[in-house]
Design a protein around this ligand. Structure first.
Ligand code: ADP
Ligand code: MG
Length: 237
């Protein structure tokens, strides 16, 4: 379990900043939602945290490890951060068990760990199903099991439910929430859906145009939005 600190992160493409000095902290074992409209810099920020995009300024700290900072850039594979990208695709030619095993060190792939991980996400006994034989919600949970396999300190979920049918979404959200709580993994969930952020997260960080508009509990964000824009965006006031 580790706290995640995002400190004054500025990130750009070809010198043009799209994230303008974002700061927030996710306490150990909690789930933060980064909420914002399309193009607000959410995915860029996740890539900075994961070490896939170097920021112009700022720091990323997990526990007492500085991962990004002045003259520090720990490579992604040594960060102990799991990223489930927006298009979290499974390998279509591998069954669920082999997809999960892919997240494990080679020595653990053949043992019972892949099945234990599938059980953890509520997919007991489905290890030999191919991705095409699983529902959208089940495929998503396989991707989550794969990301949790190496026991990351922090897991980043980029728009994890956007590809799911509305009818499945509530159930899968609840299941994912439960897995994250049970494994006490510090997590950041990116979404443009205010209901998702407010219903799932311990803390909500709102981004607009690459700027942090407000950070607070779901109740604070909903009941005391600091701006008219945010009030309209979350549908409160
Ligand atoms: P979000 O995930 O909130 O939709 P992004 O982080 O993907 O936002 O994008 C933030 C801004 O950066 C947008 O204006 C987008 O067009 C721009 N952007 C994203 N990726 C790239 C890229 N690879 N090259 C140039 N600009 C990009
Ligand atoms: Mg995005």
């Amino acid at each position: 379990m580790s706290e995640l600190q995002v400190r004054k992160v500025v990130a750009a493409y070809d010198g043009a900043p799209v994230v303008h000095g974002v700061t927030f902290t996710v306490p150990s074992g909690q789930l933060a939602a980064v909420l914002g409209p399309s193009g607000s810099g959410k995915s860029t920020l996740m890539r900075v945290i994961a070490g896939l995009h170097s920021p112009l300024e700022g720091a990323i700290v997990v526990g007492d490890r500085v991962l990004t900072g002045p003259r520090v850039e720990v490579p992604p594979e040594r960060r102990r951060i799991g990223l489930v990208p927006q298009d979290a695709a499974l390998f279509p030619h591998l069954d669920a068990r082999a997809n999960v095993a892919f997240g494990l060190p080679r020595a653990e792939r053949a043992g019972s760990r892949p099945d234990e991980l599938l059980t953890m996400v509520g997919l007991e006994g489905l290890g030999s199903r191919m991705p095409g034989e699983l529902s959208g919600g089940q495929r998503h949970r396989v991707a989550l099991a794969r990301a949790l396999a190496p026991q990351p300190d922090v897991i980043l979920l980029d728009e994890p439910f956007s590809a799911l049918d509305a009818s499945l979404r509530a159930e899968v959200r609840a299941q994912v929430r439960q897995v994250l709580r049970r494994t006490r993994t510090t997590a950041v969930l990116v979404t443009h859906d205010q209901d998702e952020a407010l219903s799932m997260a311990d803390i909500v960080a709102v981004l607009d145009g690459g700027r942090l508009v407000q950070v607070g509990s779901p109740t604070e964000i909903y009941e005391s939005p600091h701006s008219r824009w945010l009030a309209q965006f979350v549908g409160g006031a």
